[in-house]
Design a protein around this ligand. Structure first.
Ligand SMILES: [Mg+2]
Ligand SMILES: [Zn+2]
Length: 198
């Protein structure tokens, strides 16, 4: 009996590990800027986004960021500054009981032709391997077409939010098939968690 219980427990633990949500950063969690987020001061959370992450966490979901940060490759800021920006994010999030489990970023510029800058799915493929997930059951939330293209290429379920560049992205069309649209990350989290309860 005990063995069965511990087996079931282990199994539940394994299932729990698969509960993941992938998020783009700029335009989803914090305000987008055409001139890049180059300092902690320029990192301003979108209302409700940190609460949304905390809510997902409380429902057992881990959250992972996938972000193009070509500002690094362009020399607009360095790694120390990117870490400071993320410190601010983690600090603000922790105050609400939330956390980001991992941040995957591409530091390259387009002319590097790397395989990790979205719309290339390189970082997402790394996540699939690192977390041993089936991407079909994992939502990816983005505001740019390239987020969704990378997500669709790696087999994730694609969700567009209308914050950041989201409205422009929706208006431009060509969304991957099956993309679901939400007003913002908070609306996504509520809907996603409500659907999981059913
Ligand atoms: Mg974005
Ligand atoms: Zn890259």
């Amino acid at each position: 009996m005990n063995d069965v219980r511990s087996l079931l427990g282990k199994r539940r633990e394994l299932t729990m590990q698969k509960k993941l949500v992938i998020l783009d950063r700029d335009g989803i969690i914090n305000q987008e800027s055409d001139s890049f987020i180059k300092s902690p001061n320029e990192w301003i959370p979108i209302p409700g986004s940190l609460e949304a992450i905390a809510r997902l966490n409380q429902a057992g979901y881990r959250t992972v960021i996938v972000s193009n940060q070509s500002g690094l490759g362009r020399g607009l800021f360095n790694m120390a500054t990117l870490n400071e920006i993320h410190e601010k994010m983690h600090y603000n999030l922790a105050a609400l009981g939330g956390r980001i489990d991992a941040i995957f970023f591409c530091s390259h510029i387009p002319s590097d032709y790397c395989d990790c800058r979205k719309p290339k799915p390189g970082l997402l493929v790394q996540i699939i391997q690192r977390f041993e997930i089936n991407p079909a059951s994992v939502p990816l939330v983005g505001d740019s077409l390239r987020d969704l293209q990378a997500g669709a290429a790696a087999g994730f379920s694609c969700h567009l939010v209308l914050t950041g560049k989201g409205q422009k992205t929706l208006d431009a069309g060509y969304l991957p098939e099956g993309t679901i649209v939400y007003s913002n990350l908070h609306a996504f989290a509520l809907d996603f968690l409500a659907a999981k309860d059913n």
